[in-house]
Write a protein that binds this ligand. Structure first.
Ligand SMILES: *Cc1c(COP(=O)(O)O)cnc(C)c1O
Length: 340
């Protein structure tokens, strides 16, 4: 038996893509599959979303783009991050990747999207110059689409004003949060990542926006034991039993992406919520049981009602970081792709 199994359901990705396409009311869906599709598998996810009618794939680096170009010869691929060298630009040209650009100098022979900084305070031009012939798109990125719609609206209006006279170019500003809840941000296309994976950009239950988590993660109780009062589990003795207490040991740890700050979160053991206790170690964590359970009892770490948003809240982070950190390293875990 594998220590754990990470399952990616491309059917859920497809349904999320359709939900986004409906919300977008005619604007294109550009699927953000950077960072190996937020840990979900870039090539698998890209295949599903292209099928569903995504107009482009967006990645952070030229190398990520080249990996996808090898599989998908026609789809538009946009590299949103900076290009590091003239060699990278040549590779992008060769592979017909499109580049987000915010330098004075526009690379030649590559289709580019000029990026404006309208308030993110990160990549982007402070002012838009007249776009040259290589420019096919104008873009900006929102800093607060999930948390401060007023600030986001200001960014959107600034972008609209500055780009109005170039409305023949593809204009795109929205991420998932904006695509779902800020209709004025949609322009010609929306660059959606997190929502495709069925995760909430708002840190809420994804079902509130009609989204369905695509990734589930299961393991099992590899050992079950009863601690006597005063006995503890794990490094540093952070959990000490006050009364006779059954605990189960799950063979998954921070090396697999079950972060050290997840102590106190809930997983399910045989379908019932159980708390994670003690220090999470590299290869294992402990759960407190209500009664003796058989070795081999199924443990759901994510999926079937166990939300990444809940784990993220306990860990003081966001679902994005949590799923990017899940490593289905074949030497430690099994990765399964289904299309249900
Ligand atoms: C990552 C990224 C997105 C996608 O954001 P989500 O919140 O995951 O939808 C969109 N645009 C840019 C520039 C990004 O870097």
């Amino acid at each position: 038996m594998h220590r754990s199994e990470v399952t990616v359901d491309l059917g859920a990705v497809r349904r999320n893509a359709r939900t986004l396409l409906r919300a977008l009311e005619g604007s294109q869906l550009w699927a953000v599959v950077k960072a190996n599709a937020y840990g979900h598998g870039a090539v698998d996810v890209a295949g599903a979303v292209v099928d569903e009618g995504a107009g482009a794939l967006c990645v952070a680096t030229v190398t990520e783009g080249l990996e996808l170009r090898a599989e998908f010869s026609l789809i538009r691929i946009l590299v949103m991050g900076p290009t590091a060298s003239s060699r990278e630009i040549a590779e992008a040209r060769e592979a017909k990747l499109e580049l987000a650009v915010w330098d004075e100098e526009i690379p030649e022979g590559v289709r580019v999207h000029l990026k404006l900084d309208t308030g993110m305070g990160r990549w982007g031009l402070a002012e838009l110059q007249k776009p040259g012939a290589e420019v096919v798109g104008l873009m900006t990125h929102l800093a607060t689409a999930e948390s401060d719609p007023d600030y986001a609206a200001k960014q959107i209006e600034l972008f609209r004003t500055v780009t109005e006279q170039y409305s023949d170019l593809m204009r795109h500003a929205a991420n998932s949060a904006a695509a779902l809840r800020l209709p004025s941000s949609r322009f010609d296309a929306a660059r959606c990542g997190i929502a495709l994976y069925g995760l909430s950009p708002f840190g809420e239950d994804p079902a509130a926006d009609g989204l369905e988590p695509a990734l589930s993660w299961r393991s099992y109780l590899a050992q079950v034991k009863q601690l006597q009062p005063g006995e503890s589990t794990g490094y540093g003795r952070r959990f000490v039993a006050e009364e006779p207490t059954w605990i189960g040991i799950v063979p998954v740890g921070y090396a697999d992406g079950f972060r050290r700050d997840l102590t106190g979160t809930e997983v399910r053991v045989s379908g019932e919520p159980r708390g994670v206790v003690g220090t999470i170690s590299m290869d294992a964590f402990a759960v407190e049981l209500e009664r003796e359970e058989p070795v081999g009892a199924p443990v759901t770490i994510l999926g079937q009602g166990v939300l990444a948003e809940e784990h993220a809240r306990v860990a003081g982070t966001i679902n994005y970081e949590l799923v990017c950190g899940i490593r289905a390293d074949p030497r430690r875990a099994r990765r399964v792709v289904v299309d249900a």
